[in-house]
Ligand binder design. Structure first.
Ligand code: SF4
Ligand code: SF4
Length: 289
């Protein structure tokens, strides 16, 4: 596998508005309740790593409308379920950022909380919190024989992005199936607790810090191969997630208000993110991909 990521960030940005691409990449058989493009599904260990790094405010859950397979009713909606409990991923938040992928003019586009809008490089590349899915992308797609974001960019924007499509030999476990439970797919233990409008807030993009922390805590306190959740750890992780007040959370709030009023200028990443403590990125001249 070899990819040319310079000036792309196609897997970190919802770039469809630049190329009029209607379809979502669907990482799984169900329809998400939220409309985030390419949400990165984090492992339990990724989630714990973000919590330990006091970056819990960068995380957000995903649940799915039940179209087929096991489901449970929550607050008037049928959602996909594991063992009768609402199933969910935890991913990274995607605020609107001023980005200019593929040499396009700058636009406000939903972009990963960790994407440097100026260099279009990942601020946590190769760090302790670099998600497993990002490190391996698009390896799982290649192993499954499904479309990659790199090929989608090539098709709709042009250029060569996927230079070698042989799947890597050392991929971690794939995303779906029973082995994913407690690793990447989690089960919320108390469906009745979710009957307080949280799913409506997920759909309209207005989750509160507490809403997000509830799911993050369950994921972090899960165990592989089971839907069991350790109650003491869950409580501790909930407090840790709720206490997180990192540069990411502050930047997400500022991006939302700037997107409503300012011109999209990628250099804003300096004041909105770097000045709050976001790690810098090396730029492409440094040879990183
Ligand atoms: S080339 Fe592929 S892996 Fe690299 S940024 Fe673009 S979409 Fe992502
Ligand atoms: S963590 Fe980095 S590589 Fe992964 S989606 Fe975010 S910016 Fe992209």
């Amino acid at each position: 596998m070899e990819v040319d990521c310079e000036g792309c960030a196609g897997c970190c940005v919802d770039w469809r508005a630049l190329a009029d691409v209607p379809e979502h990449e669907r990482r799984g058989p169900q329809q998400p309740l939220d409309d985030t493009y390419n949400l990165v599904p984090l492992t339990r260990e990724d989630v714990r790593g973000f919590l330990e790094a006091e970056l819990g405010d960068a995380l957000t859950p995903r649940l799915w409308e039940a179209e087929a397979g096991p489901s449970v009713e929550v607050d008037g909606r049928d959602v996909a379920a594991v063992a009768g409990k609402p199933a969910f991923f935890v991913g990274l938040r995607k605020p609107p950022k001023p980005v200019a992928p593929f040499d396009a003019d700058p636009h406000w586009l939903p972009a990963c909380a960790f994407l440097d809008p100026e260099t279009l490089q990942c601020r946590v590349h190769d760090s302790d919190v670099y998600p497993e899915e990002c490190a391996e992308y698009p390896g799982h797609n290649l192993a499954l024989g499904v479309d990659t974001e790199c090929e989608r960019v090539e098709r709709h924007v042009g250029g060569d992005r996927l230079l070698d499509g042989d799947p890597p030999g050392d991929l971690s476990g794939l995303l779906f199936g029973p082995q994913a439970v407690g690793e990447k797919v989690f089960a919320y233990p108390d469906p009745d607790d979710l009957a307080d409008g949280v799913l409506d807030r997920l759909v309209d993009g207005s989750l509160t810090d507490e809403d997000r922390a509830r799911f993050v805590a369950v994921a972090a306190a899960s165990a592989p191969g089971t839907t069991a959740v350790e109650p003491t750890k869950r409580e501790q992780y909930f407090e840790t997630a709720l206490d997180a007040d990192s540069w990411v959370g502050a930047a997400v709030r500022e991006w939302a208000s700037r997107a409503a009023s300012d011109d999209p200028d990628p250099a804003l990443g300096e004041s909105v993110e770097a000045d709050r403590g976001a790690p810098s990125t090396p730029g492409w001249d440094a040879g990183e991909d």
